[in-house]
Design a protein around this ligand. Structure first.
Ligand code: MG
Length: 338
């Protein structure tokens, strides 16, 4: 098997600000494997929140014994092998897992959504994300997103109300709100959620730091709005504990280690009566198309990472004003441009 990887800087159309960071460029690592005349792709979008960057991704790849990947159909074995190299490193593992799946689909001649048993027309509509900004810029961004039926609004800094009021000055459409662990006390979180409840907000994502699960449990007893875990979702084994404090989980291939692990988390969350959101990092169409392949299996989609960038090096699944459009090419269905 041939295994190549290269660094690529995804450029954001707008500076993207969430409660803990602000970025104009997102450095990723793309991979290409070749075996039996089939070329397959994967992507790692490492995130500082999980102590990853391009260097850590490449360091992980250097430890991989390619002989262990020689039969991509052995997804379970490969997944265990990757976990045995090192814990964490979810984005590096996701890149390899995505490429293995792309290869399998191409070998079988079927798109991955069929391999997973989904119906591509059933994918729930995707939100479009509005990062934290000044009210004037927020209003402009909301107008640009006019065709998206549901918006995801980032909050978690002191100007939350100002942001939501700016959004509400131009649209009545349903909102989903993500605080990215921004509210540090349960009393503050309760007050903010009670106010959001008056603003046609469907659910709140990660209101408090992942480590403060007891506070989230306290919060959940006092609010009606569903609370969704994102940064708190680590491994498959967290699910029964998370279910005591959260109503749903946000699964991301780059945070949770790829398609195989994501599918197991979907089943574990269902077994614990939790709703499932499928999210993303800022990723090219390789990573987003991989997620789109399992998007028919979840309740809420948030797959706009490739829509937010201006130099996507691939073309794959499309997000047409929130509608996820998968093609019927074998494997991922993501092709390099140029
Ligand atoms: Mg989130």
């Amino acid at each position: 098997m041939k295994f190549d990887y290269w660094r690529y800087d995804l450029k954001l159309k707008h500076t993207f600000t969430i409660s803990r960071s602000s970025r104009d460029v997102v450095p990723v690592v793309l991979i290409k494997i070749e075996k039996d005349g089939i070329t397959a792709y994967g992507e790692a979008s490492p995130n500082a929140r999980y102590n990853e960057n391009q260097d850590s991704v490449e360091a992980f790849f250097k430890k991989v014994d390619l002989d262990k990947l020689s039969d991509p159909f052995k997804l379970e074995y490969i997944d265990d092998y990757l976990d045995s190299i090192a814990s964490h490193n979810a984005s590096a593992k996701a890149a390899i897992d995505i490429a293995m799946h792309d290869w399998i689909g191409k070998k079988l001649g079927i798109p991955l959504y069929k391999f997973f048993g989904g119906e591509k027309e059933k994918a729930p509509v995707s939100t479009f994300t509005i990062g934290i900004d000044t009210p004037d810029v927020i209003i402009e961004k909301v107008k640009e997103a006019a065709d998206y039926p549901v918006l995801k609004i980032k909050v978690g800094l002191p100007n939350d109300e100002e942001i939501i009021k700016a959004v509400r000055s131009v649209t009545k459409k349903p909102l989903r709100v993500d605080a990215n662990e921004g509210w540090k006390s349960k009393e503050e979180a309760l007050e903010r959620i009670n106010w959001l409840a008056t603003q046609n907000v469907e659910f709140i994502e990660q209101p408090m730091p992942a480590s403060q699960i007891d506070d989230v449990r306290w919060l959940r007893e006092r609010v009606k709005m569903p609370i969704v875990a994102d940064e708190a979702v680590g491994s498959l084994y967290d699910m029964s504990v998370l279910a005591t404090a959260y109503d749903g989980i946000n699964i991301k291939l780059q945070k949770n280690g790829g398609l195989l692990k994501a599918r197991k988390m979907i089943y574990a969350a269902r077994a614990n009566k939790m709703k499932i959101m499928l999210g993303c990092m800022i990723e090219s169409s390789v990573g987003i198309t991989a997620a789109a392949q399992i998007s028919p299996l979840v309740d809420w989609n948030d797959l706009d990472g490739n829509v937010l960038i201006s130099n996507d090096p691939f073309k794959g699944a499309l997000n047409e004003d929130g509608k996820i459009v998968l093609n019927d090419e074998p494997g991922l269905g993501a092709k390099p441009l140029g």
